[in-house]
Design a protein around this ligand. Sequence first.
Ligand code: APR
Ligand code: ZN
Ligand code: ZN
Length: 362
Amino acid sequence: MRAAVLNEARSPMTIDELTVADPGPGEALVKVIAAGVCHSDLHFIEGTYPARMPTVLGHEVAGVVQEVGPGVTNVQAGNRVIIGFVQPCGHCEFCDAGRPNLCAVGGGVRDLRNDPALLRGDDPVTAMTNVGGFAELSLTPASGLLKIPDAVGMDVAALVGCSVMTGYGAVVNTAKVEPGTTVAVIGTGGVGLNIIQAARLAGARRIIAVDIAEHKLQYARDFGATDGVDATAGDPVQQVHELTGGGVDYAFEAIGLKQTAEQTYGMARRGGTAVIVGMVPPADQIEVSGMIWLEEKTLKGSFYGSGRFHTDMPRILDLYLAGKLDLEGLVSKRFPLDEINEAFDALRSNEVARSVLEIGAE
Ligand code: APR
Ligand code: ZN
Ligand code: ZN
């Protein structure tokens, strides 16, 4: 099968012929139909997060199950699925506590060092989050798969697999935004737009979008932002304080930078909450004022929307089918797999809301 391989950080991916193993116990082989181009992939391309190379990125994916391995009961060949990028074990302390996104085991049973899922010639190739969606096939633990109704298109389903779950979940699960509150979102890309539309759905009375690109602020308004702050036109924290008379109840970071994470904390009012969604580099320290105690502020992280995937993803799809979440409007460009490097250039230059690679046909 053909796949986009990242050979080293800060270099273009190459489209190569790989062999994929047969599904082992607990695994499924999925024909990839659509894969979103997400900033999380870009963090690995740019080397701000480490990956074992060569690797196939792509974690925002939907496809059709081709074949399942021994013991798989939740899906079968022919099912249309979202490929989740966390594969919960279902029985660890976190899974048991209803926090499968934090699953302590995950990842299936394959011994990837001795029995790789992917080979290029004789050399093993890793797959991001056991998905490796920038490829014609994904061999993945079946516990990460979610069946989807026929009415949902594959590009929309792919986005639910990362940016929608991440943004919606940050609002509904992590922050638990209440009706009538105020919200700020720094970074209005694929994830940020979903934070905005979930905040609208949650009944926030004011939703302030903060970005450095004017056309991104326009997208943000289309998805429910009530105000736009141009972060290049003066200190964005001060601008948000002026707009709200002292800060917002909930502020979200959806870029992955130390500076904007600290700005998010600064935008939260007394008693408010700052939620870090973006992948801030692991070596960075986020610094907040020692006065956190007096101001009773909360700083929290949000991973994969604190998702309970079998509850949240069907709800998200129902909200979309009922016209309450705009998922089609997120896709502003489509590329074939061969143009993956151009797709990442478009993400890097902040040109797109979200782009999707159309890899296979149903
Ligand atoms: N201040 C404000 N906005 C900024 C800044 C800045 N300093 N730098 C970049 N931006 C804006 C960009 O213009 C863009 O609209 O942040 C947005 C980022 O959007 P995307 O690149 O589409 O990123 P996305 O895929 O949404 O991911 C955001 O969430 O899941 C994580 O790993 C992901 O860290 C990433 C973050
Ligand atoms: Zn993602
Ligand atoms: Zn678990």
